[in-house]
Design a protein around this ligand. Structure first.
Ligand SMILES: Nc1ncnc2c1ncn2[C@@H]1O[C@H](COP(=O)(O)OP(=O)(O)OP(=O)(O)O)[C@@H](O)[C@H]1O
Length: 238
């Protein structure tokens, strides 16, 4: 088994162009099999942090290692190999509009060479689980925002990635479905996927027993390592 940290930021700063530091002196380590939430106000830098972990940007200064590799040393081929181990749910979904829901979710499996019948079975099962059994053949433009979000989530998790990065994955969903999807992430986590979920929704985050990072003024702080799960109370004001 690999005991190296899966993700390691050492004194990382990120600036866009000549702008100010968006992320400032970030030091954080994610162990394999961990589950973290990332909270912070709009514009705090949550998506930027996830984009660094997805190799969409490189640190301006400092060192970032993924799967034990220093990302500044990766060539294009190595970058795409590492990315195959990462599932990402973008805030704006990024589904392919000319493909059906089923075809969108099937993409990460078809490139592995899995037989098509098996791909169809696995994808149908997952889409049914997320409540889209009646939408397998629908194209994204005909789906609601919440339905598109669930297709994007299914696409990110279908290949059982080693690392799952989710940027506001429940933003368009009602609370019940949001909670159900976080349970799906917990299932994946139990099977070994390391998970990072960025969310505005601190009430939802507080219902789960996972450590929480908060981004404040570009600095990432661990604000809670092991929250106590809230008990069901008659009213939220209890
Ligand atoms: N490609 C970019 N070029 C220039 N500035 C950017 C770029 N992407 C983000 N920013 C800026 O970086 C800061 C952090 O943005 P980021 O999207 O990471 O925040 P966020 O916490 O994810 O916000 P939200 O919750 O609204 O998505 C913001 O000031 C934003 O305007």
């Amino acid at each position: 088994m690999d005991f190296k940290p899966l993700v390691r930021f050492q004194d990382v700063h990120l600036r866009y162009g000549n702008g100010p530091d968006v992320l400032h002196q970030v030091n954080l380590t994610l162990e394999p099999g961990s589950f973290h939430f990332m909270v912070g106000p709009s514009g705090a830098g949550k998506s930027s942090l996830l984009r660094l972990m997805y190799l969409a940007h490189r640190p301006t200064t400092g060192r970032l290692s993924l799967f034990g590799r220093d990302v500044s040393q990766l060539d294009r081929k190595e970058t795409s190999m590492l990315r195959r181990r990462i599932g990402i749910i973008f805030q704006d979904f990024r589904l392919l509009d000319h493909l059906t829901a089923l075809e969108n979710v099937a993409l990460p499996l078809t490139i592995t060479g899995m037989p098509l019948e098996k791909v169809r079975r696995n994808v149908s099962e997952l889409l049914s689980w997320v409540g889209l059994a009646d939408n397998l053949d629908s194209k994204p433009p005909t789906l609601s925002g919440g339905q598109q979000q669930r297709v994007a989530i299914a696409r990110a998790v279908i290949g059982r990635p080693s690392l799952l990065l989710a940027d506001e994955p429940t933003g368009n969903l009602d609370d019940k479905i949001a909670e159900r999807l976080l349970f799906l992430f917990e299932e994946l986590n139990k099977r070994g996927t390391t998970i990072v979920v960025a969310s505005h929704n601190e009430a939802l985050v507080n219902r789960f027993n996972h450590p929480v990072f908060k981004i404040i003024n570009g600095e990432v702080r661990l604000i809670r390592s092991a929250p106590v799960i809230e008990q069901n109370t008659e009213s939220g004001a209890a």
